[in-house]
Design a protein around this ligand. Sequence first.
Ligand code: ADP
Ligand code: MG
Length: 227
Amino acid sequence: MARKTVLQLSGVERHYGQGETTLSILKGADFDLKTGEIVALVAPSGTGKSTLLHLAGLLEHPDAGEVFLAGQACNGLPDAERTAMRRNQIGFVYQFHHLLPEFSAVENIMMPQLIAGLSKAEAKERASQLLDYMRIGHRAEHRPSELSGGEQQRVAIARAVANAPRVLLADEPTGNLDPKTASYVFDALEALVRQSGLAALIATHNHDLASRMDRRVTIEGGKVVEM
Ligand code: ADP
Ligand code: MG
C-alpha cells in the first residue's frame, strides 16, 4: 500500500519583526511527512525547529505558504476548525512534560479524551492501554512529581496520542533526559508510532536517536533539506 502524505508544508515562510529589523526564520520551506514515517529534525539551536513544529501543529500561522493536514489546507480555516484539527489530528510533546501536577498519570492521559467527549470509562480504558504500551502501567496512579523524568515523558507521549492523532510532533522530547533514558523513551515512542500507523516529526539534538529514525532533515537558509 502506498504511503499517504499526512502532513505537508508548502512554501512556508515565517518572519519575526524585531524593531527595525526582520528576522526571517523560514523562507519557503517545503516538507512532506507520510503515514508510518518517523522523521528527525536536526538543526542547531535558533534555526527554527520549534517554529516549524508550531506551524505544522497549527499553533501559529505562516506568513506565507500553506500547511496541509490529511490534504486539507489549514491556514484559511476558521479558528474553531483549526482548534478541532489540532485536537483531533495532532499530538504534541515538548521537552518538558507539561503534565498537570494535581492529576495522576492515568488522569492526565484521560483528559484530552474527556475534552473530546468520550465517557470516563472509555477514556480510562484507552489511557490504561497506552500506559501499558509505554511500559508504565504500574505507575498509573502516581502524580507527575512522583515519576522519574523518563516516566514523565512516557506519560506525556501517551497523552499526546490519546485521541489517536494522525501526526505526532515532538520538540526535543528527550532533551532533558540522560542518554540511556532517552533511548528507552524513544524505543517506546517508536513502538507506538509503528503499531498505530501514526507519523512523527521529532526535533532532536541526539544524533544516536536521529540515526534510528527513517529520515533526517535539517533547516538551512530557511528551507527544510534532507540530510
Ligand atoms: P529552535 O527551536 O531551532 O531553537 P526557534 O524556532 O525557537 O529555533 O527560533 C528560531 C529563531 O526565531 C530564534 O532566533 C528565535 O529567537 C526567533 N524567535 C522565535 N520565536 C520568536 C518570536 N515569537 N518573536 C521573535 N523571535 C522569535
Ligand atoms: Mg526549539
